[in-house]
Design a binder for this molecule. Structure first.
Ligand SMILES: [Zn+2]
Length: 143
């Protein structure tokens, strides 16, 4: 069973930062996911996903947020979250938290095995260690 923990105030603030970045930059067919990562230094970096006409070229919001953080010299990650912005035809008003895709689970854990991820679990917002989302992760090292 997945080990989860309750969110703290700073986690709700992180969700808000992810919402802010996608609310500001939402474009149908281009950007509908926002992500925010809090680093060990306490800074928050937020970014949107970058969609391409050829779907597999699309870059996830988590990768963009991690890349933004690293580019600013912040390499240690504490917590990450991604939210989806509704499309006009979806009849929804608010963003919602989405779990990282499999590739992002790999990426997040490659850059910090202690990183927490905010997800919805059994209908509740919680956080868990990224390794809990990626059992028996690929490694090129001998264990
Ligand atoms: Zn992803």
């Amino acid at each position: 069973m997945l080990k989860v923990r309750s969110l703290e105030n700073q986690d709700f603030e992180l969700i808000q930062e992810a919402e802010k970045v996608i609310e500001k930059n939402y474009r149908y067919g281009r950007h509908h996911i926002g992500s925010a990562v809090r680093t060990a230094s306490g800074k928050v970096y937020a970014a949107v996903h970058v969609e391409a006409n050829v779907g597999r070229i699309t870059v996830c919001g988590e990768a963009m947020a991690i890349g933004k953080s690293i580019s600013e010299g912040d390499h240690e990650f504490d917590t990450i979250v991604a939210v989806a912005h509704p499309h006009p035809h979806e009849n929804m008003e608010k963003c919602w938290v989405v779990a990282p895709c499999g590739m992002c689970r790999e990426l997040i854990s490659d850059y910090g095995k202690d990183t927490d991820v905010i997800i919805t679990y059994n209908g509740e917002l919680v956080k868990c260690n990224v390794m809990g989302l990626l059992p028996e992760k690929y490694t090129s090292e001998l264990e």
